[in-house]
Design a protein around this ligand. Structure first.
Ligand SMILES: NC(=O)c1ccc[n+]([C@@H]2O[C@H](COP(=O)([O-])OP(=O)(O)OC[C@H]3O[C@@H](n4cnc5c(N)ncnc54)[C@H](O)[C@@H]3O)[C@@H](O)[C@H]2O)c1
Length: 376
């Protein structure tokens, strides 16, 4: 479109009219340009996935993040394609290589599999180095030898090649503040860092109701089931906070506490166990709120009636009782320590990086429904 067509030799009136016409044409052209949308790109642009998911409440380096995000956008617009596969970007992986974990209550009776032993084995299987803690050394050492054997003799039903991490046993009482400090120091001196804490230790504890429970047994039980988890976290959290953090990986530590479905409902015969496990459930949420901004995740696994040495060990599990426990769940199947440990492994690793303060029941649905008598 021609916008400058003034003819200097025209008579003045004619010249003025021509000037007005020119001005109108220029204004029209400007308005046209202002309202015309820029053409749509012919190639499809991928939104950069890694900027989508994780958002820091305390930005680590917003300038760095912004410039990286801009670079990503620039590379998309210049090439018309994002060469990083969207399926891989921002996707968490199940891999614990390079991570260091502490598992308390990692022993079990003989060669049996309790929750702490199963957890230690599964974490090591995914590559973590594991500190197996127990107040009795021999059972913890047995767990370590089971992990050591794993490379040579993979567990039955494990179809992939185990990525075995190292393991060491340590004898310690987690009700002792000094021992808890020593456990964390051992993790740092042996493996240089701490990423995961699994608080498994727990006992059934004092029997009776409020009317007749033994008060000193009650107080000792609270030390074992509740205070021990706080003491372990007291030393673990500062160690975890020394781990590197980045904009794409803002989590520097993961704590998993073992509660129980008994801590979610009443109906158990003795007062102590559901009270202490209920405390573990809400301690988990409170800890998650305190330490989330520092990149520490805290979650809780609440198992139902598993068939573990803790339950059958004293020889008091009749076949009728075992059957009744199995039937309590929606699935009508019996759970064991591996079921519990699998949930713990999920919450311990990066697959659950966006989960904190969660209470995960592992109970075949026992707590999901109320049992009402059939109307038939
Ligand atoms: N088994 C179940 O059905 C079930 C159900 C719900 C929750 N749980 C919880 O799972 C956890 C473990 O259960 P489990 O069946 O594997 O128990 P377990 O008795 O087989 O193992 C617990 C281990 O903790 C150790 N231990 C106890 N006190 C300790 C202390 N002060 N310091 C260090 N180590 C100590 C014991 O020596 C033992 O080796 C407990 O917290 C329990 O409440 C179990």
């Amino acid at each position: 479109m021609q916008t400058s067509i003034a003819k200097p030799n025209l008579p003045s009136r004619e010249n003025t009219c021509q000037n007005m016409a020119n001005k109108m044409m220029i204004t029209q052209s400007m308005l046209l340009l202002r309202h015309t949308k820029s053409p749509k790109p012919t190639t499809k642009l991928w939104f950069p996935y890694h900027n989508q998911g994780l958002h820091l409440s305390r930005p680590l380096s917003s300038t760095r993040a912004a410039s990286r995000s801009q670079q990503s956008r620039n590379s998309s617009t210049t090439t018309g394609h994002n060469h990083q596969q969207p399926a891989a970007k921002g996707r968490p992986v199940r891999d614990l290589r390079g991570k260091v974990a502490i598992v308390t209550g990692a022993g079990s009776q003989g060669d049996d599999i309790g929750n702490g032993r199963a957890t230690s084995i599964l974490l090591a299987e995914d590559g973590a180095s594991v500190i197996c803690v127990d107040k009795q050394f021999a059972p913890a050492k047995r767990t370590v030898s089971m992990i050591d054997d794993m490379g040579a003799n993979p567990l039955p039903n494990v179809h992939h090649v185990p990525r075995r991490g190292n393991a060491i046993a340590i004898e310690a009482d987690v009700t002792s503040e000094r021992d808890c400090k020593r456990i964390v120091e051992k993790a740092i001196s042996s493996f240089g860092r701490l990423d995961i804490l699994v608080n498994v230790v727990g006992i059934i504890g004092a029997k009776g109701t409020a009317v007749d429970v033994d008060v000193s047994e009650w107080a000792k039980g609270l030390e074992i089931n509740v205070t021990s988890m706080m003491l372990m976290a007291r030393f673990a959290i500062p160690a975890m906070m020394r781990n590197e953090r980045s904009d794409n990986q803002p989590v520097c530590g993961s704590i998993v506490n073992i509660g129980s479905v008994a801590g979610l409902r009443g109906g158990t015969p003795h007062l102590f166990y559901p009270t202490s496990k209920g405390a573990v459930v809400n301690m988990t949420r409170a800890m998650a709120a305190h330490h989330g901004p520092d990149g520490i995740r805290v979650n809780c696994v609440c198992p139902g009636m598993l068939f573990t040495p803790m339950m059958y060990g004293a020889g008091n599990m009749s076949s009728e009782k075992r059957e009744a426990r199995r039937k309590r769940s929606l699935l009508g199947t019996e759970g064991n320590a591996w079921d519990c440990a699998s949930a713990i492994r999920f919450l311990a690793g990066d697959e659950s990086r966006w989960i904190t303060g969660a209470i995960l029941t592992v109970d075949a649905g026992a707590t999901a429904a109320v049992s009402l008598p059939s109307t038939n």
